[in-house]
Design a protein around this ligand. Structure first.
Ligand code: GAP
Length: 448
């Protein structure tokens, strides 16, 4: 169903209505970066707060952390990112433009999963695959996706650091701190939300593949003998999450990732895919990271990462189940699911049917007309009442009432409240219009 929704229509509403703008637009943009406008930031925060409520606040076994983005370079050496966080890169020999070899080949209709660099090069050569400009391509080589920077005034090797490509490592480096200060029972998890950066060779498809994005990650520490039960627990939690985002079950799909396609640290991965307008693509991942990360930290730092089981004093390095959620992909899925075109009184309308708990604006309040001071004063009173109660309330007296409804439908406001002459002269009731059914009813302002 969502495949029939058009990406351009969604991008157009997102820009026109102040959700998402291209980054640095005024200077011609910066590829792979996006800025959030007033409604976009509200929607994004609602998604992130929902996640924190579900996976941290409502549970007894979860702890939140917020680690620095810049970390000691040893983190990325130990984690394997310096050596293996790479994508296959190919260059147009004329224009010197660079592309992801696997994307070029996929777009040309080839199956590329699990192929080595040599096999990708051979596929390009044997089938005479050209760059989008029609030029010959170089052989395929690897490209490390981490952004490098130097910390401090001296630019030598010891000063090298990276913008983190995943938030996970900031959790692993704090595992011992939390164990030593909170003494949690196993299994327990640490959760973090924050920016991640990847120098994607070809950022594309709106916010789907960005160079700067946000992750919401959980590292759930378990007894190695019991990892399967926890993996299944988190599989179910992911479904709870996709439902809370308002994504119908038939648009979300599990993909058991074969060994050759799994990240270097994973013994089992399920990708949760969503039917985006660009096709079925990864929404989030669930991985069994074993003791790969804590084991590496122990080896490289020389610090003991073992957990001591209370009562038995049994010691082991815990294993890890990692549900890893991308904020932009969640947001793009929410925009896709919400985008609806229908007809009201013979007129086409665009309406964003966000679940109420995610809608950036919950109520819009208007006086029927704006040149009657007593109507405006009463509407302001209702607005103040709702604003105090819900916060996300908009005053909207621009244009006629029909135009206001269309505008509020496009930003997904579930309820439009109108103060009219009957409010003042007869019953004190206001009219409330439902976004999805367009039905109106009259209620006391205090009952809203
Ligand atoms: N710590 C594990 C990890 O980072 P990943 O599959 O590379 O795993 C996790 O990334 C999630 O982060 C993805 O499922 C996706 O939602 C999001 N993500 C990854 N790269 C992204 C990009 N370039 N733009 C937007 N979101 C991205």
């Amino acid at each position: 169903m969502t495949a029939q929704k058009n990406m351009e229509d969604i991008v157009s509403v997102a820009k026109r209505r102040g959700f998402i703008y291209p980054g640095s637009d005024v200077y011609g943009g910066l590829s792979g970066t996006w800025d959030y406008g007033p409604l976009g930031v509200a929607l994004k925060r609602n998604i992130m707060q929902l996640w924190w409520a579900m996976f941290v606040d409502e549970r007894d076994d979860m702890f939140g952390v917020d680690a620095a983005i810049l970390m000691n370079q040893k983190v990325w050496q130990a984690s394997g990112h310096v050596d293996t966080f790479v994508d296959p890169l190919v260059e147009d020999l004329e224009t010197k433009q660079r592309f992801r070899a696997d994307h070029l080949l996929k777009d040309a209709g080839f199956e590329v999963d699990g192929l080595s660099l040599e096999q990708l090069t051979a596929l390009i050569r044997d089938n005479n695959v050209k760059s989008p400009a029609g030029n010959t391509l170089s052989e395929v080589r690897t490209f490390n996706m981490m952004f490098t920077t130097t910390v401090g005034p001296v630019a030598n090797d010891a000063a090298i650091s990276y913008l983190r490509p995943e938030t996970a490592q900031g959790i692993f480096t704090n595992y011992k701190n939390v164990v030593d200060t909170f003494y949690p029972d196993l299994p327990f998890g640490l959760a973090q939300q924050g920016k991640a950066f990847r120098n994607e060779i070809s950022p594309r498809d709106f916010i789907f593949r960005s160079r700067e994005f946000e992750q919401m990650e959980i590292e759930y520490f378990v007894d190695p003998a019991k990892w399967e039960g926890s993996f299944e627990h988190w599989r179910q939690q992911v479904w709870k999450w996709t439902r809370a985002l308002g994504l119908s079950d038939d648009t979300v799909h599990e993909l058991e990732v074969p060994e050759e396609d799994r990240a270097h640290y994973s013994k089992r991965t399920i990708d949760f895919e969503y039917d985006f307008p660009i096709g079925r693509e990864e929404l989030l991942g669930l991985a069994y990271r074993t003791d790969f990360d804590l084991g590496n930290i122990q080896r490289v730092s020389g610090k003991n990462m073992e957990y001591t089981v209370k009562g038995t004093n049994e010691k082991f390095v815990p294993h890890v189940i990692e549900p890893s959620f991308g904020v932009e992909r969640a947001l793009m899925a929410v925009l896709t699911a919400a985008y609806t075109e229908d007809e009201v009184n013979g007129e086409k309308r665009i309406v964003m049917k966000f679940p109420e708990h995610l809608a950036p604006v919950k109520f819009a309040v208007s006086p029927l007309v704006r040149n009657k001071p007593e109507l405006v004063a009463k509407a302001r009173e209702v607005y103040d009442l709702l604003k105090k109660k819900y916060g996300a309330v908009m005053w909207d007296d621009n244009g006629n009432i029909g135009k206001r409804y269309r505008r509020q439908d496009e930003i997904g406001t579930p309820h439009c409240v109108v103060v009219d002459f009957d409010t003042l002269e007869t019953d004190g009731l206001v009219s409330v219009r439902d976004r999805d059914t367009t039905e109106q009813r009259r209620v006391k302002p205090e009952e809203l």
